[in-house]
Design a protein around this ligand. Structure first.
Ligand SMILES: [Fe+2]
Length: 319
């Protein structure tokens, strides 16, 4: 146990020394920032990549996907026909995503089937299982530190008759916009006590213990930037000093401005794989005469890694 902790601390210290996300490293930040903004300028965020769940990603495609993820932290993809959950998991594996998080509402294979549930199902009390809008958030912001969500994927089986689009905002771009404007406010967002999430208690049972943590943090191991955020006012307590309030208001203003956000409305057979960026969902309307809106969702502790995904074959998936 101690050896594992020592290893994690050593990995984090390595990140600390070189990370562009550390405020002291202005030179590394400038280099990373310039490269990131240049690739965003050159590439199309809305490009849809054709992916076959049954075939290992060819190297040229893998390289294009890697560049797309570096630029935007997400990739939109389409399969030739709609695949099942095994096909969805097989695609995610090729992006290096293997450590799947099993949230309470998930199916036995840890994939969550997001659709409107009737009131008899206790999950219906949570907005993802209704047709209501989901405001800006990152997934699993309430998870304990050892189970940070670094990536998630969505896959559309059926889309609603109206609405149901998603909007995305690259959390690394949010980091840049804040750091450029005020390193002091960025430091506030990196403070360990920036947010506190009260415990989730249902029927006198603690479903989730209290959590606290920063908005932006550097992940040990992969050294990537993680963001925890929700715009919901309920079930979260923000640090209330003046600097923290100003920092939070700046995040809200950037999101409201909307200029750097991306909107997409997944069609059946399309999906998005991302490094847990900021996102939301529009309200939607299902028509009783049409199949219900159904989106598969899988959350991962890993971040996207198209190099390690090279060793992960589609696991014998046969459609
Ligand atoms: Fe989400």
């Amino acid at each position: 146990m101690n050896a594992t902790l020592d290893h994690m601390n050593a990995a984090l210290n390595d990140c600390d020394e070189n990370s562009p996300f550390r405020l002291e490293n202005e030179g590394a930040y400038r280099v990373w920032r310039a490269r990131k903004l240049e690739s965003r300028r050159l590439l199309d965020a809305q490009h849809v990549f054709a992916i076959d769940s049954d075939v290992v990603l060819p190297q040229p495609l893998r390289e294009r996907l890697r560049r797309q993820v570096d630029a935007f932290n997400f990739v939109i993809f389409a399969t030739g026909s709609v695949v099942d959950k095994r096909g969805f998991i097989a695609i995610n594996r090729q992006f290096g995503l293997t450590q799947i998080d099993s949230s309470p509402g998930a199916d036995a294979d840890s994939v969550t089937s997001l659709r409107v549930l009737d009131d008899a199902d206790e999950r219906a009390q949570y907005i993802p299982y209704t047709n209501r809008a989901l405001n800006w958030h990152t997934d699993g912001y309430y998870n304990p530190h050892g189970r940070s969500i670094n990536a998630f994927a969505l896959y559309c089986v059926n889309q609603a008759v109206r609405g149901g689009g998603n909007y995305l905002f690259d959390h690394e771009l949010m980091y840049i916009l804040i750091r450029d404007q005020s390193p002091e406010l960025l430091a506030a967002l990196m403070a360990d006590d920036m947010m506190r999430i009260p415990p989730n208690i249902q029927n006198n049972r603690v479903v989730r213990a209290e959590e606290s943590g920063p908005v932006f943090s550097i992940q040990p191991g992969n050294c990537m930037l993680n963001m925890r955020y929700t715009s919901r006012p309920r079930n979260i307590v923000w640090k209330s000093d003046k600097r923290s309030e100003r920092a939070l208001n700046l995040v809200r203003e950037i999101l409201m401005d909307g200029a750097a956000g991306v909107e997409l409305r997944l069609q059946p057979g399309q999906g998005v794989i991302c490094n847990n960026l900021l996102h939301g969902r529009q309200a939607f309307h299902d028509d009783a005469s049409q199949p219900q809106r159904l989106i598969f969702r899988a959350r991962y502790y890993d971040a996207i890694d198209l190099e390690s995904g090279l060793d992960l074959q589609p696991a014998g998936y046969q459609g």
